[in-house]
Design a protein around this ligand. Sequence first.
Ligand code: HEM
Length: 404
Amino acid sequence: MDALFAPASPAFLADPYPAYAELRARGRVHYYEPSGQWLVPHHADVSALLRDRRLGRTYQHRFTHEEFGRTPPPSGHEPFHVLNDHGMLDLEPPDHPRIRRLVSKAFTPRTVERLRPYVEELAATLVRGLVAEGGGDLVGAVAEPLPVAVIAEMLGVPEADRGLLRPWSAAICGMYELNPSEETARRAVAASVEFTAYLRELIAARRKEPGDDLISGLIAAYEDGERLSEQEMISTCVLLLNAGHEATVNATANGWWALFRNPEQLAALRADPEGLPATAVEELMRYDTPLQLFERWVLDDIEIDGTVLPRGAEVALLFGSANRDEAVFADPDALDLSRPQNQNPHISFSAGIHYCIGAPLARLELAASLRQLLRQAPGLRPAADPVRKPNFVIRGLESLLVEV
Ligand code: HEM
């Protein structure tokens, strides 16, 4: 098992999909000793477990660490955990729906649709810059600045401060990899302390002088009904700022690398850049999944294929594997940008109560940068092999050098 599922190995990271196929062939659940987790590779199981209330993102709403048979995290890690554990992604009912209801108003398809002209214009400007330079790093020039600017704008983070967000987010996201090192934890803690202090000040400033941004909206909700504590507000902002760009950056870069490796598919898109089909974005999200794995705690015993996973166990749901499951997708290893929507039930945005709140925004951003790059850079091609990030869970490219 350890030889097959090797998230630290560069060869596995370059292409984990053959190993996933083997895992699916060997069974529905596999114990992975190094992280002490049960790997779940099949689409049907991943999809069902995401909706199963016997599992949770946390156990702390029902059990203490000791009751659950787990050692509490070291006290030095506390700033990270306080920040992380008060965000909706790491909460379960009743806290989760209370916070999600407040935030979700800002992310309905209708509200997001109003952002379209701004997002399109921003994508056009960034791509114009890349073209004017004759090319460059697609990640640094387009994939990253677009979603960072959009989510920062929505929350009302001043333009001058936006450079702070990427390093903080990257440091915090290191903790979502399997078995983070003490050095990773140290960086995440430092970033959590700084990010918290920054948002505390920004929230205080918006409280004095509200704007029409999301932070001011959360303050209004907070002061109306006391439904968000100060810590929940800070954690919500950090979650939105981080989740609001990390995966979109990687989906954009992974998507273009997939297109470059499938020139006939890219040529079909180029033949009609204005008519970019919605199926293209969905297929790119499926084909090289930006978030490969999500974890759930077993709160009440469950059984999978005759194996009992007891309370206290942890499952690792393999989204990247589920998205290539031959039981669900025809010819799953082929990139097919015209794959019909009703035959592409990819799981990249999750399912159940934690289904990605930003999915409509992510889709809008991905389509905007794709369209602008097809339109303004019809000859876009790689100038070198991409540099892959050394991470497994958050799958993406460090850089993708292109020529126009
Ligand atoms: C391609 C881009 C994106 C991908 C692949 C993605 C994927 C996901 C996934 C898989 C989850 C749920 C994880 C789980 O079930 O444990 C999630 C949750 C979330 N996402 Fe996204 N996301 C993307 C973009 C965004 C954007 C643009 C935002 C903007 C705000 C966002 C905000 C959130 C939030 C707040 C949650 C937590 C929802 C909850 O716990 O109820 N995401 N996302």
